[in-house]
Ligand binder design. Sequence first.
Ligand code: NAD
Length: 488
Amino acid sequence: MTQDRESALLAHVPDGLFIGGKWRAAEGGATLPVFDPATGERLLTIADASVSDGSAAMDAAVEAFESWSRTPARERGELLRRAFDLLQERKEDFALLMTLEMGKPVAEARGEVAYGGEFLRWFSEEAVRASGRYGANPEGTGRVVVSQHPVGPCYLITPWNFPLAMATRKIAPALAAGCTVVVKPAELTPLTTLLFAKLLQDAGLPDGVVNVITTSTSGAVSEPIIRDPRLRKLSFTGSTPVGQKLLEQAAHGVLRTSMELGGNAPFVVFDDADLDKAVDGAMLAKFRNIGQACTAANRFIVHRSVAEEFARRVTERVEGLRIGRGTEDGVAIGPLIDDRAVEKARALVDDAVRRGAEVRTGGSPVDGRGTFFAPTVVTDVAAGSDILREEIFGPVLAIVPFDDEDEAVRLANDTEYGLVSYVFTESLARGQRMIERLETGMMGLNVGVVSNAAAPFGGWKMSGLGREGGVEGIHEYLQTKYTLTPNP
Ligand code: NAD
């Protein structure tokens, strides 16, 4: 039965490129297989775009721009709203598809459908609010008109860890603003974006407004698009090294850019924290998405007086997490995305242990098929350990003790990243001090998940540029014009 449901769903997923409103094969018929990380089995074979397919997608986005940018904002918003409604009707399909191609437990995949859908609803409402202003200049000699205009055709590159939400978080504000787009999903999880493009088509998307290219050669296909003088905006979510490379390419055309890059989130537990809340928050901040989130807590910085109790309680909870394919009931820990991710988690734990850390539970890959790593707790992680510097991107909870507030702040800020921080304290004044002292674009104060479509998501330092969501999100796709007119 389950197998039938999976096959029926996969039969429904488009396997072509989506260019100018048409589904078509890649030039020369090249294809790319997509696998289930829980079993290693092939799910589907899809089109593998070449440079010329990328250029055709750009042509389509450029051609559609003129009419889409003039389409009334209300109509653009209504398209997004219809897409939101259709997504609610089809949410089980999207949840299952994400579990199949990415591995997350289906309950979490449903959560992503809810979160990803909210960007469609939020920006359907924001489309009609992006306006300008009008007023006299201070000298009283003229009138100032400030207006907002869509930036133009955009290139959107998304990662594999949140296949739906990372796409809607970019597509929805772009369309709301009047931009047209070429979307390139990650080669490991392209199916969700293809199914979403079909949904947009069913919602009445005009031809060429959204184009999707899937490719196994992201660098080669993307660079000519980024260097195309007709492109006006690049929005990227992924790792910091790739983001840096793309920023260099974007400098050529002085493109507007949004960069949602890596994180190394501190999770600070003070001695005055409510430990029940802190443990609940830790389980979410660490193990959601099998630890593969840019917002995942990477370093648990815990006051020495509560560190042992915290470690004991999280270890107990972690030992109760069920490992398995995300489609199975009660599974909390699915596979990591690939072998490299498993090797990375293993190397980080081994390095920490060599430097004196203690493994309380887990610590190694799980034998058998699929790319599984046991959920892990390590304590007494020494300064200088790789696990404190690098994004773990796996289910490993690493604890470092501290003695006073200044030390906690110093440890928390001791990273080139600045995406999100988590702070657990029952003291309002201390919480307020942390808001002022921690160098991150987002903070969870006594909560373990911060993502919300109505709030500006984004990082400081090497975690990125720009914001997605909130009232800020649409401005990434708008440019300002100021006009001076004489007095009437
Ligand atoms: P990645 O940088 O390897 O890939 C991201 C995307 O870029 C994929 O679509 C990939 O195909 C593409 N890509 C890779 N090399 C490219 C190149 N040379 N030119 C053009 N495109 C290229 O990252 P990933 O492994 O898919 O995702 C994990 C990373 O993403 C982590 O660092 C994570 O923190 C980050 N991330 C950040 C956010 C955020 O909002 N800040 C959200 C999710 C993930």
